[in-house]
Design a protein around this ligand. Structure first.
Ligand code: PLP
Length: 361
């Protein structure tokens, strides 16, 4: 077997035991004689997986009884549109958005088709995004405050969340869902494309607080109607059966490893190792993000030149450390280290960073 260290931002590395279980069950799922790829979404075998996955999310997020857990298609990008379509479109309602880069801009743009979004804060300084803003200029009439808990491209993450005066927070948690425990009660809607921290691509998890569900419009096409999705337990149409099945295994893995609390301890330890390597040579590795907002999921930094960045990526790849290239819009290096990335992997990269600096600094 020749697994490499995959630092991809998404689709991202999955826990090896999950992949091995999927492999073992692939052709004949638990003696049913059928693969999970072939099971009916209305049959017993899949239904048990589906219901258990909802229950696991309720337990790990801490939202049982208060929120509905839904599975939808079209990724987090679909939620950029569906939330305002269902919440803002009567009478051009307002919503506050916080700018932490490309993903928040896309969410804002989608909202502008249905309501009146407004920027309530920005993490940008000069050309770069440097912080997750805590001081927001909130509009009393806004229906909700939209945050991106982890800006995957910019490497900017909220550790604590800002005070929004009791307004429901709509939060894009695509790249840091379950990285640590959260206080679910603050969140009116949480959504996350699974392919970063939860599983494979193909399913988006949406968690809607019950009072917020009451605000969502019903006169939209059935497929976008949160009420129907909740009533039918996300099986109004064919759900992404296989991605949900794999996500179920990832969630079971998170639980067995000690849940979000254990994930947080590990993730903070990985962050210390990685940023320790950056700060040890801060004239060579330059992270644009302020210390309090540095993402422990996606660390971004630059080297003194683009040529050195290319060399860094090539030499790391030779040593089995892949997908370290920064997003095409910002360049540089990006190290994605979600829950499934072991600390040994981050340590190996940190050691390489030390050696690379010595040879090229
Ligand atoms: C990846 C990502 C998205 C887009 O997710 P899709 O599932 O591809 O639509 C949105 N927001 C954030 C923060 C992301 O990291």
């Amino acid at each position: 077997m020749s697994r490499v260290l995959n630092f991809s931002p998404g689709p991202a590395t999955l826990p090896l035991p999950v992949l091995e279980e999927v492999r073992d069950e692939l052709v004949d799922y638990k003696g049913t004689g059928i693969s999970m790829l072939e099971h009916s979404h209305r049959g017993k075998a899949y239904d048990a997986v589906h219901e258990e996955t909802i229950a696991l999310l309720e337990e790990l997020v801490g939202c049982k009884g208060t929120h509905e857990v839904l599975f939808v298609g079209a990724g987090a990008t679909g939620q950029f549109a569906q939330v305002p379509m269902c919440w803002l479109s009567d009478g051009q309602k307002k919503a506050d958005y916080v700018d932490t880069g490309a993903w928040s801009k896309k969410a804002y743009k989608a909202a502008s088709f249905y309501g009146t979004p407004r920027w309530a804060g920005s993490g940008k300084e000069g050309e770069k995004y440097v912080r997750a803003p805590m001081d927001l200029d909130l509009d009393g009439d806004a229906e909700y405050v939209h945050l991106t808990s982890n800006a995957t491209i910019m490497g900017v993450q909220y550790d604590a969340f800002p005070d929004v005066g009791g307004k429901p927070i709509v939060c894009d948690m695509s790249s840091d869902m379950l990285w640590k425990p959260i206080d679910a009660e603050k969140f009116g809607v949480i959504y996350a494309g699974a392919q970063k921290n939860l599983g494979p691509a193909g399913v988006c998890v949406v968690i809607v607080r019950k009072d917020v569900l009451g605000k969502m419009k019903k006169d939209v096409p059935d497929i976008f109607n949160y009420h129907l999705i909740a009533e039918k337990r996300s099986t109004q149409n064919t759900p992404p059966v296989f991605p949900i099945y794999v996500m179920n295994k990832v969630l079971n893995w998170v639980k067995a490893e000690g849940g979000p609390k254990a994930m947080e301890e590990r993730n903070r330890a990985k962050g210390e190792v990685l940023y320790g390597a950056v700060d040890a040579h801060s004239d060579f590795y330059r992270c644009p993000v302020e210390k309090g907002s540095r993402s422990v999921m996606n660390a971004v930094f630059n080297l003194p030149s683009e040529d050195l960045e290319k060399k860094f990526i090539a030499e790391a790849a030779e040593q089995g450390m892949l997908n370290l290239k920064g997003h095409r819009s910002v360049g540089g290096i990006r190290v994605s280290m979600y829950n499934a990335m072991p600390i040994e992997g981050v340590q190996k990269l940190a050691d390489f960073m030390g050696e690379f600096q010595k040879a090229n600094g």
